[in-house]
Design a protein around this ligand. Structure first.
Ligand code: NAD
Length: 290
């Protein structure tokens, strides 16, 4: 396929490289000067998008997505797929999809989980919103860039799935970290705590697969001085999107709200920026109740 790829950052560059490696004709554009193995460098977003069967965007936020969409929708080939893999607010995803559909394009929102490691290894998970026709057209590309894709329904539902998942993740990571800090204060050995919780009803991905305590459980960023992994500020971004969506849809999300506030304080006031989101454990460890 002829593919335009816009946004060649930490995630976009390896995703574009994997598509080129698999034999697709990829033309890439980023506002920074970036060269990606096997990808032709375009001089603008419109140049990358023109004539492409699929245009993929991997951008920082909804405002930038809307701006790029306004440039490329008018020049895209009729019937082409506009595949946005960025994590953005549900409203931006739905509005961009509406504009794309009105122009005769096939829009998909398909945010990912799996991080930079998953983007490089081609093992991302895609959560996809949009029509069945668009999903079927993009499926071979999901299979190159990832190991799993889930079609979640209409436009915006991919973003909805992503922020609901990450709201659960933020809340359970905090719960896991505060429980470890409590266990420490009660004199409970961390290995014993892990052995019990990881096989009991408190288990979760945060405990079992990404244990925030160094030296305990499988290897995780805690074993590398909390170098991300998944940075606390990216968790904060996703939590904020969850609260924006909760506000817009009148959903009661008290735990999501509390997690957003804790990660905001951690990132903005407590030195958490640039650390893995599991570094909540040393944060709780160093504090008392007041
Ligand atoms: P990044 O900042 O490394 O990359 C974004 C790229 O977009 C940058 O290279 C930037 O120069 C480029 N860009 C900005 N404005 C542009 C424009 N108008 N035209 C063309 N290019 C433009 O970010 P990233 O880590 O690659 O993340 C991209 C998206 O993926 C974000 O929405 C993020 O939330 C999501 N995401 C990231 C991770 C992760 O672990 N990094 C995991 C899952 C999802």
């Amino acid at each position: 396929m002829k593919i335009g790829f816009i946004g060649l950052g930490n995630m976009g560059a390896p995703m574009a490289a994997n598509l080129a490696q698999a034999g697709h004709d990829v033309s890439g554009f980023d506002t920074q000067t970036v060269t990606v193995n096997g990808v032709t460098t375009a001089s603008s977003a419109t140049e990358a998008a023109q004539g492409a069967d699929v245009v993929i965007t991997m951008l920082p936020n909804g405002d930038i997505l809307r701006a790029v969409a306004a440039q490329i929708i008018p020049v895209m080939k009729s019937g082409a797929v506009f595949l946005d893999c960025s994590t953005v607010d549900v409203d931006s995803a739905r509005e961009v999809a509406k504009d794309a559909e009105a122009a005769g394009l096939l829009p998909l929102d398909a945010p990912v989980s799996g991080g930079i490691g998953g983007a490089t290894a081609g093992s991302l998970t895609f959560m996809v919103g949009g029509s069945d026709k668009a999903y079927q057209t993009a499926l071979p590309l999901f299979e190159i860039m990832g190991q799993k894709s889930v079609h979640c329904g209409a436009s915006g539902n991919g973003q909805a799935a992503k922020i609901c998942n990450n709201m659960i993740l933020g809340v359970t990571m905090i719960a896991t970290c505060e429980a470890f800090a409590l266990a420490d204060k009660l004199g409970l050995d961390r290995q014993a705590m892990f052995d019990v919780v990881s096989t009991s009803s408190g288990y979760s991905w945060s405990m079992n697969a990404y244990c925030p305590a160094p030296g305990i459980g499988p290897k995780s960023p805690a074993d590398n001085d909390y170098t991300p992994g998944f940075a606390a500020e990216l968790m904060l971004k996703d939590l904020r999107l969850s609260q924006q969506a909760a506000e817009a849809s009148d959903a009661d999300t008290p735990m999501g709200e509390a997690a957003t506030d804790l990660y905001r304080r951690f990132v903005e006031e407590e030195g958490g920026k640039g650390r893995d989101f599991s570094a909540m454990l040393p944060r709780f460890e160093s504090r008392g109740r007041s």
